[in-house]
Ligand binder design. Structure first.
Ligand code: ITT
Length: 186
């Protein structure tokens, strides 16, 4: 029988992608009915750990929390842990404007997944996908910064990939697969 775990997120796209990644490992996700407590911190790991510990305590059950972001080399890693805010404010177009004329277009998507049971310390699993920032927005799949991110060695943005292909190479895919291997003892 599949293990069901509560996932603390307000982002349905994350829930859909994480569910797709975990399902071959016999794990299914359900959106938790509590808020993700977002602290301001320098790393995704700290943000995810803090939120997971707080949520596990609040609902008295094991939970998963994920924090992710786009780190752009030419912008000193911005927006990084502030990606959610940057997406809501300047969006893909604003990032392209900031990158106007930049010859170094290197960037990475990063993801930290924290698993925590009530009263325990969180365990964190990370994933990275290296790539670059496109010159224009292309594609309509996915969410967030997908239309401007091209994975390493590829030509297509994440928004031009189908969900299965994105999850195979994405930061989220790597982090959740690492979690699944630990959780199932594989
Ligand atoms: P929760 O905190 O409720 O889980 P969120 O969308 O606010 O949802 P984050 O705080 O982790 O999530 O912010 C990550 C942001 O980084 C997200 O809103 C996107 O703009 C961007 N992002 C993360 N992963 C992405 C992906 O796979 N594709 C495109 N953009 C992504």
């Amino acid at each position: 029988m599949a293990s069901k775990i509560l996932f603390v997120t307000g982002n349905r796209h994350k829930l859909e992608e994480a569910g797709r990644i975990l399902s071959p490992h016999g794990i299914s996700l359900e959106m938790a009915g509590c808020e993700k407590l977002e602290i301001q911190a320098g790393t995704l790991e700290e943000v995810a750990s803090f939120a997971a510990k707080a949520a596990a305590r609040e609902i008295d059950a094991p939970v998963l929390v994920e924090d992710s972001g786009l780190f752009i080399d030419a912008l000193g890693g911005f927006p990084g842990p502030y990606s959610s805010y940057a997406f809501k404010t300047i969006g893909c177009r604003g990032v392209l404007r900031l990158m106007n004329g930049a010859s170094d277009r290197g960037a990475s998507f990063r993801c930290a997944v924290a698993y925590c049971s009530a009263g325990d310390e969180p365990r964190v699993f990370t994933g990275v996908s290296e790539g670059s920032i496109a010159n224009d927005m292309t594609g309509s799949s996915g969410f967030g910064f997908d239309p401007i991110f091209i994975g390493r060695g590829g030509r297509l943005t994440y928004a031009e990939l189908d969900a299965e292909s994105k999850c195979r190479i994405s930061h989220r895919g790597e982090a959740f697969r690492r979690f699944a291997e630990w959780f199932t003892g594989a």
